[in-house]
Design a binder for this molecule. Structure first.
Ligand SMILES: CC(C)(COP(=O)(O)OP(=O)(O)OC[C@H]1O[C@@H](n2cnc3c(N)ncnc32)[C@H](O)[C@@H]1OP(=O)(O)O)[C@@H](O)C(=O)NCCC(=O)NCCS
Length: 162
């Protein structure tokens, strides 16, 4: 409950980049209802059609929220083409300090523990920062795919080592 102010602030900050810091958090929505929704997503219960089980994390450094990251445990049609298993973002003032790379590495461990053998991570073709993060973490570029609205995504895999 105590994270409401910082998450709403970060949501505003990320709007500049066209991203949701907290997926689906509406400016006029009740915080308690949003937390209940996160619980349902985490537990994978009472989810609308086509919404998959997922867990949302805040990244905190010395008591300060620097970013957020989420893991989707299953892929629906959209996620398997464009969205992937893992998403992340870093608040503008905390960028270029390695936090995105750290979050992605930690999420890959979470995915491995959840027995996701092949982990898909994507980013917009124009998002050089995110592509660099994925490549730094060892993502293996597969190909790029374009959505009907024209947005092109780079697809990367983290495959379970044999
Ligand atoms: C993309 C994003 C998550 C990167 O976060 P970050 O914490 O700054 O990334 P890191 O510090 O972990 O960067 C690791 C490496 O990626 C590369 N990188 C990061 N930002 C970069 C940029 N703007 N331009 C070029 N390379 C960049 C660098 O090689 C960097 O290492 P270095 O700083 O030692 O050179 C952040 O810019 C962001 O939140 N953007 C908006 C939301 C978003 O794009 N999310 C990803 C959706 S796919």
């Amino acid at each position: 409950m105590a994270d409401e102010a910082v998450v709403r602030q970060a949501q505003l900050e990320l709007q500049v980049d066209g991203f949701d810091f907290a997926w689906g958090l509406a400016a006029d929505g009740l915080w308690a209802a949003y937390l209940e929704r996160l619980d349902r997503l985490h537990d994978g219960v009472d989810l609308p059609d086509d919404v998959v089980k997922s867990t949302f994390y805040l990244a905190e450094v010395n008591g300060e929220v620097v970013g957020s990251t989420s893991i989707r445990y299953d892929l629906n049609e959209y996620l398997s083409e464009f969205g992937g298993h893992i998403g992340y973002c870093v608040r503008p003032t905390f960028r270029r300090q390695g936090y995105a790379a750290t979050m992605l590495r930690l999420q890959i461990e979470v995915a491995r523990e959840a027995r996701i053998d092949n982990i898909l991570v994507t980013c917009l073709e124009s998002n050089v920062a995110s592509a660099a993060v994925i490549e730094r973490c060892g993502g293996e570029y597969e190909y790029s795919r374009t959505r009907p609205d024209g947005a092109t995504f780079r697809r990367y895999w983290f495959r379970r080592p044999t």
